[in-house]
Write a protein that binds this ligand. Sequence first.
Ligand code: FE
Ligand code: FE
Ligand code: ZN
Length: 285
Amino acid sequence: MPPCNCLYLGCHLSSSKGWEAMGKTALAIGANTFQFFTRNPRGSQAKPLDPQDALNLRQLLTENQFGPIIAHAPYTLNPASADANTRDFALQTMADDLARMEYLPGNLYNFHPGSHVGQGVPAGIQLITQTLNHLLTPAQTTTVLLETMAGKGSEIGRSFDELKQILDGVQLNGKLGICLDTCHVHDAGYSLAVLDGTLNEFDKQIGLRHLKAVHLNDSLNPRGAHKDRHACIGKGEIGTNTLARLINHPALQKIPFCLETPNDLPGYAREIALLRGLYRAPARP
Ligand code: FE
Ligand code: FE
Ligand code: ZN
C-alpha cells in the first residue's frame, strides 16, 4: 500500500536557496505542501526568476504528489492604503508575483487584504476590490487567496463578512479564494473549539467551496484578543485537539494545511509527524 497522500501538510519554508531546494527540504521533513515568501517579506526586492529551478520544482511536486503550494505576498503591501502610490506599489508587486507564479501553474498566492488606516472599513474594502479588479486576468492559473486576519489595528478581513464583501466586489472572483489562518480567526473572536459552528458560519457567509488553504497555528492569546501572536501546536490557547479536529474535518479534505508556528526545521518535522499521527483519513461527505 502506498502511503496515504490524502493530507496535504507542510510549513512555511525559506526560499533563500532557491525553489527546488524548498521542495527537497519539504520532502526531508515529511511535508507534501509548503508556503514561501515570493520576495523579502518586508521589502520589494525579488531575485531574478530561474526558469530551470522553477521547472525542477514543478517536477519534484508532481513526482511526489504534492498538494497545492502557497506563495505568500510581502506583508508590508497595503492595497487598502489611502495613498495612491502605496496602492500602486502593492498592485505592481502582486502582478509581478503572479507572473512568476505562472512558472508553477495551478498553485496559490496568499495576501493580507490590507489595513484601512482610519478611512473606515467600507472605503478599505472598495480599494482592495479595485486592486483585485486590476490584478486578476482570465488567463492566470493561480488562485489568489485573501487571508483571514486577526483584526490588529485597522486590518480588513477580520470577519467572514468583510472577506465576502471583497469577493462580491471582484469581477473575476473565480480566481479568488480564502486562506483561513487558525491563529487569526481565533484572535478575531471565532471559536475553533465549536468547530462546526464556525465552519457553518463560514459556509453561510462565504461558502466553504472558496476555502482553499489553512494556516495551522496555535495562538498565544485568548480568543478575541486581536493580537496575532502564533504559538507552536499545543502550546497556545487553541490546543492540539481542536487543530487535529480541523485537519480531520470532512469538509476540509484535499486542501493544504501549512504551519506558520515559531519553529526551526526539526521543530516543523516534529509537528508534521505529530499531526500526521492524528490524521484519520475521513470519507468525503
Ligand atoms: Fe499571512
Ligand atoms: Fe497566516
Ligand atoms: Zn499571523
